[in-house]
Design a protein around this ligand. Structure first.
Ligand SMILES: Cc1cc2nc3c(=O)[nH]c(=O)nc-3n(C[C@H](O)[C@H](O)[C@H](O)COP(=O)(O)OP(=O)(O)OC[C@H]3O[C@@H](n4cnc5c(N)ncnc54)[C@H](O)[C@@H]3O)c2cc1C
Length: 400
């Protein structure tokens, strides 16, 4: 029987192995760590956000700053609905939460790990841990894989090492081009009086723009101890990962905390003023934000909280609205989001055949997962790419 060697015992490698035809192949997974699937274990805060309930491939690819064009054909063959069915068929029901993130009903990543371990055991997949691949040599039709615990010969290689620079070097030595690695999915470090003492304050829908990059995003926003976080920040950090690295994470942003344009917000304010002239401005609920945040806005706008609404001058109103709808902040660095670091960069997508995830440069060599220059925003999309790519490889090999 021909030998498939999967290098990297993570999400992409195990999903591929779990779908291979064991009657056709000897299958071996080589993993450098003493445990496999370590990232799956810690993913989603230990709950594993397996996928995202978005079943239209065209819509789904919009969540991938890098890889969106290439993944369209991949998702037409295996998408989140297929992932849910795959797990359901193995008695692992998944549940969709309000924001469409999808988790195992058990709320435990161990359920996902156990499923992969069962599948691969049933298929007699050999898993060699503490086995670090150092070099791959192409020898006519086969590959010689050199590791710290001996050499392995493979008819087919599936390369799923994640985004470690050392493992990228191995494929670079085989001729693949590597796009520089930069962090994606991070939060913004900001020191500003408006944010001081307000960590935990959230906004249902805020707008963020980066004037220098002529780009904007909207979505929920959260004040943290270090600055700003939440989906709006994470999305813009992922889409602009490369440009923000070039700016060395020092740039200006403009935030609209209520996602209402200045002129509309002014109309709302004027209406309120007319209908509530005697109320004190500090106790007024003009916009849908917390009282503490509203009072902080008044404070930094230098407006007396006890002033009656009727007595707010035009100048004061402008200042309040500017701080609410067009507040400028200087970002001075970045922080990791819940330890969930994802990297942009990796193997150049131009060198991959997305019909089956094979290398265009190396015969019988397949590549999947974070080692590719593909990454997504948070929400289960990064795993979905691993499942879809791993599945495609298995189908291709099973049909040879
Ligand atoms: C804290 C955290 C939480 C996350 N939560 C989520 C989530 O809930 N949902 C989601 O969609 N995404 C999540 N992600 C992203 C997701 O984990 C990754 O996109 C995904 O694990 C990538 O899978 P992979 O198989 O490509 O790589 P990995 O899972 O990184 O697996 C690669 C494996 O290859 C091994 N390896 C590397 N080099 C070698 C070598 N030379 N020889 C042998 N073995 C090697 C590594 O040790 C590793 O085990 C999270 C990431 C982090 C860090």
């Amino acid at each position: 029987m021909k030998q498939i060697i999967i290098i990297g015992g993570g999400a992409a490698g195990f999903f591929c192995a779990s779908n291979l035809d064991e009657k056709k192949y000897n299958i071996t997974i080589l993993e450098q760590n003493s445990d496999v699937l370590q990232k799956v274990k810690i993913s989603g805060g230990g709950r594993c956000n397996v996928t995202h309930a978005c079943f239209d491939p065209r819509e789904l690819v919009q969540f991938y700053p890098r890889g969106n064009k290439e993944l369209l054909s991949v998702f037409t063959k295996f998408q989140p609905g297929d992932t849910m069915e795959w797990f359901d068929n193995r008695n692992v029901p998944l549940k969709i939460e309000n924001d469409n993130r999808t988790f195992p009903e058990s709320n435990s990543s161990q359920t996902i790990i156990n499923t992969f371990l069962n599948e691969t055991q049933n298929k007699n997949v050999v898993v060699k841990t503490k086995c670090s691949v150092k070099e791959i040599e192409k020898q006519n039709e086969k590959y010689l894989i050199k590791t710290n615990s001996g050499d392995f010969e493979a008819d087919y290689v599936v390369y799923t090492t994640g985004s470690s620079p050392k493992s990228l070097k191995i494929v670079e030595n085989l001729g693949h081009k590597i796009i520089d690695l930069v962090p994606s999915l991070f939060t913004f470090n900001i020191k500003d009086d408006l944010l001081k003492d307000l960590p935990g304050t959230s906004f249902e829908n805020a707008g963020i723009s980066i004037p220098k990059l002529k780009t904007d995003e909207s979505g929920p926003l959260l004040i943290t101890h270090w600055g700003l976080s939440g989906p709006a920040v994470l999305k813009i950090s992922a889409w602009e990962a490369i440009s923000l690295a070039k700016l060395k994470y020092s740039f200006e942003i403009e935030v609209n905390f209520i996602s209402i344009p200045m002129d509309e917000a002014e109309e709302i304010f004027q209406d309120f003023k007319q209908n509530n002239p005697k109320k004190s401005i500090g106790q007024s609920k003009v916009f849908d934000i917390t009282n503490r945040f509203w009072q902080k806005i008044l404070e930094i706008s230098k407006v007396d909280l006890n002033k009656q609404v009727a007595n707010i001058s035009g100048k004061e109103m402008q200042k309040i609205l500017e701080n609410l709808c067009k507040k400028k902040f200087q970002v001075t660095g970045k922080s990791t989001f819940k330890d969930e670091f994802v990297t942009a960069g990796g193997i150049d997508l131009k060198e991959i055949n997305f019909k089956n995830m094979s290398s265009k440069l190396l015969s019988n060599f397949y590549i999947a997962g974070e080692v590719l220059n593909i990454d997504a925003v948070t929400g289960g999309f990064n795993f979905q790419a691993c499942w879809s790519e791993g599945w495609l490889i298995a189908q291709d090999l099973n049909n040879l």
